[in-house]
Write a protein that binds this ligand. Structure first.
Ligand SMILES: *Cc1c(COP(=O)(O)O)cnc(C)c1O
Length: 226
């Protein structure tokens, strides 16, 4: 078994190589997806230098963030957010990557504490139009982005998506390209936009080649989830 810091180093090396090839040597950030992992496992990666962690559930993320409050970590919510959890999410997280409807924008903006910096927001896009998935339709992005940008306690940073599982690389590449186009259009009308969150353990080098600026990695860092 590799030790956690060796695994982290390997993933960072893969990111660096892909980013160099894409002509953006310092342009890609690693989000360590720590859902189902213990606070102790997070602490080990933090000790190896990893700062940003992603969680799918508000309660689980909140518990770990509290337990590790002294470490100065950055917490991202990447799972579907129910409106009745928006208040807690706005208090516990530094980023919410799963904003996909206007109701959430309002709830997060109202709940973000005044003594914290504005909450960083990504709009989640249902890029493959899957009936079962969260995320807004691509056509809804401009209006939702406008609402986030107008909210004083929120900061619009970009887009997040989970493309449909695809049998072949060409189909994955195509989904990443469509996201990149949507992202470029968004960035053209909102100067603060700097984050395109796409790519997971199975496909992050490809996502980086197609323009990802943040990759969300669980399994490749922590091993298979039980
Ligand atoms: C679980 C999860 C990931 C990480 O997936 P791995 O395949 O373990 O790297 C990334 N993004 C989201 C939204 C997830 O739910």
């Amino acid at each position: 078994m590799e030790k956690p810091h060796q695994t982290l180093h390997g993933v960072l090396q893969t990111i660096e190589n892909a980013a160099k090839l894409a002509g953006r040597p310092d342009g890609v950030k690693l989000l360590a997806v720590s859902k189902t992992r213990s606070a102790a496992e997070v602490a080990v990666l933090a000790a190896a230098g990893q700062r940003a962690f992603g969680e799918n559930y508000v309660q689980e993320g909140l518990a770990k963030a509290r337990e590790l409050a002294g470490l100065g970590l950055e917490w991202h919510l990447i799972g579907h957010l129910q409106s009745n959890k928006a208040r807690e999410a706005a208090q516990a997280f530094d980023w919410v990557q799963s904003v996909d409807r206007a109701k959430l924008v309002k709830a997060l903006d109202q709940a973000r504490p005044a003594d914290r910096p504005p909450l960083n927001v990504l709009i989640q896009v249902n890029i493959d139009d899957e009936a079962s998935k969260s995320g807004c339709a691509p056509a809804e992005v401009p209006a939702l982005a406008g609402a986030v940008a107008a909210a004083p306690r929120l900061r619009l940073r970009g887009l997040m998506a989970i493309p449909a599982p695809a049998p072949d690389e060409a189909a994955r590449r195509d989904a990443f390209r469509r996201l990149r186009q949507l992202y470029d259009q968004l960035a053209a009308s909102h100067p603060g936009v700097d984050t395109l969150s796409m790519g997971m353990s199975d496909d992050y080098p490809l996502a980086i080649a197609e323009g990802a600026t943040l990759v969300r990695i669980g399994t490749a860092l922590f091993g298979p989830r039980g």
